[in-house]
Design a protein around this ligand. Structure first.
Ligand SMILES: C[S@@+](CC[C@H](N)C(=O)[O-])C[C@H]1O[C@@H](n2cnc3c(N)ncnc32)[C@H](O)[C@@H]1O
Length: 326
């Protein structure tokens, strides 16, 4: 029953992010009436809504005063660089309604989003500047955690340059560059993404060390770099397209160069990483032929492409990386 009704709690959180509950409370803790007015809520359900958030562990209430928990203050206040709510904003506006037709997707094998009638998600999404920005910010939300883990766990000292393929806002290059001052990096993406990347990189004060490369990774070869990263890229595409991308990465790396693919990798037994398996269903909703995969699957594709050594390393939460050395 709890799982079947889980969307009640999920939508309550998503609406709280949409309404800016956590950002409002980050300014100062508030009593019910003052918070209700600040958020523009009707009196009927305001108390139930806020107390539901308390019961879900998303808010605290002491003596009638609501405040953030340590976690919601850190991760869901839009005013902080640690904000990861971009992915929840997109979950609220896009994924929540699209998942309503999961059954249709399962029966037809067709995507259930803006490109339901066929075509490429990015072509469709990126026609609207607001959706483009929302999507890129959502990617920052899903990638800040694994990017920090990659900054800490990968032996960056051995390398000088890196390329993040399909970089979106640039959360990964910014995180890596902040942690390792000797590195120069490039974020690669479609041309419409460039201003969004540049703005985010400039805010981090890294415009000198992080460049942008305009490239369609299906049409063009990749620029050369010592380390090439793909976060949530391979899962967007069919097996044939995944292998074509891996082959391009291989060609762009020097001998000894490294490829890092990070995602919510499914466990090899396909039993435990529910988030990874559900992410793969999300690829059914979102893409024409994408699917998530296990570490063993990916290591096999890398070996087939010629990578000499491969390994899987856990990052954080549901995310792991596959590393291949040319
Ligand atoms: C799912 S997002 C992943 C973003 C980021 N790597 C992360 O993990 O947070 C996929 C990215 O690939 C980019 N992309 C899609 N098709 C592309 C293409 N043909 N050439 C270059 N980039 C592309 C999109 O613009 C988007 O930024």
């Amino acid at each position: 029953m709890q799982l079947g009704m889980a969307f009640w709690g999920s939508k309550t959180l998503l609406s709280a992010v949409e309404l800016g509950v956590f950002s409002e409370l980050a300014k100062k803790p508030r009593e019910l009436e003052s918070l209700r007015k600040a958020l523009g809520l009707h009196p009927r359900a305001a108390r139930d809504f806020l107390d539901a958030l308390v019961s879900l562990g998303m808010l605290q209430r002491k003596g009638g005063v609501y405040s953030n928990t340590a976690e919601t203050a850190l991760f869901l206040d839009k005013g902080k660089p640690s904000y990861v709510g971009g992915i929840l904003e997109m979950a609220n506006s896009r994924l929540y309604p699209f998942w309503g037709s999961l059954t249709e997707g399962l029966k037809t094998g067709r995507q259930q989003n803006e490109s339901k009638r066929g075509g490429d998600l990015f072509d469709e999404l990126y026609r609207d500047p607001a959706r483009l920005k929302e999507f890129c910010k959502a990617m920052t939300g899903i990638s800040l955690g694994p990017a920090r883990a990659i900054a800490a766990k990968f032996p960056w000292k051995t390398y000088r340059t890196f390329l993040d393929v399909g970089t979106a806002q640039g959360a990964l290059p910014v995180t890596i560059a902040l942690a390792h001052r000797h590195l120069r990096g490039t974020g690669l993406d479609l041309p419409v993404v460039e201003p969004i990347f540049r703005e985010y990189v400039a805010q981090a004060g890294l415009s000198e060390r992080l460049a942008f490369a305009t490239c369609d990774f299906f049409k063009d070869e990749l620029p050369k770099a010592d380390v090439i990263v793909m976060g949530h890229i391979l899962h967007d595409w069919s097996l044939e397209q995944k292998k074509a991308l891996i082959a391009k990465v291989y060609r762009a790396l020097p001998p000894g160069g490294a490829f890092i693919a990070y995602e919510a990798l499914i466990d090899d037994e396909r039993r435990e990483n529910a988030f990874g398996l559900l992410m793969s269903l999300n690829m059914l909703i979102e893409t024409a032929g994408g699917f998530d995969y296990t570490g063993a699957d990916c290591r096999g594709w890398l070996r087939e492409a010629g990578f000499r050594k491969t390994r899987v390393e856990h990052l954080v939460g549901p995310d792991s990386m596959v590393v291949g050395i040319k």
